[in-house]
Design a protein around this ligand. Structure first.
Ligand code: ZN
Ligand code: ZN
Length: 149
């Protein structure tokens, strides 16, 4: 899918610029967390981020991981991924109106654009009387690699 088009280095630079321009101090713990997520094509949870970031910076604290995630999310540089079991993980944010595909086995993510929800939204809206303003759609399943195992 879109994965091969992503330039991880650009993404990282972009995040660092956004954070700097908002006066956010890029300490080493924050940088290692940013590196892990910016270079990941999988959704990672806080514990996974913590584990890989600690390989680069052994005195990293879990609190720094959470704070950095909070900041990146606030700036919409990353976004939360919800899992069927109620867990949450994070992936680099995407631009425009796109929807997320998530592999339940390996955590690979991909995006797709376009959906045909308008007739559904219209129906629900007229049945319920709600003025529907937004929706959130995520697909779960097995990626082509995991499917063939
Ligand atoms: Zn997979
Ligand atoms: Zn949509």
């Amino acid at each position: 899918m879109n994965e091969s088009k992503i330039c991880y280095e650009d993404r990282r630079e972009n995040w660092i610029d956004s954070l700097r321009s908002r006066g956010y101090r890029l300490t080493e713990p924050r940088q290692v967390v940013i590196d892990v997520l910016a270079y990941s094509s999988r959704a990672l949870n806080a514990a996974e981020i913590y584990d890989s970031a600690r390989k680069k910076y052994s005195s990293l604290g879990l609190v720094s991981v959470y704070r950095t995630l909070e900041k990146l999310e606030e700036l919409e540089l990353i976004q939360k991924v919800h899992h069927p079991d109620g867990c949450q993980s994070y992936i680099a944010g995407f631009t425009g109106h796109q929807h997320l595909l998530l592999c339940n086995e390996c955590g690979l993510t991909a995006f797709f654009e376009g959906d045909d929800l308008v007739p559904l939204i219209d129906n629900v809206s007229s049945d319920s009387g709600f003025d529907i303003q937004d929706h959130w759609l995520q697909f779960f399943g097995l990626c082509s690699n995991c499917k063939s195992v």
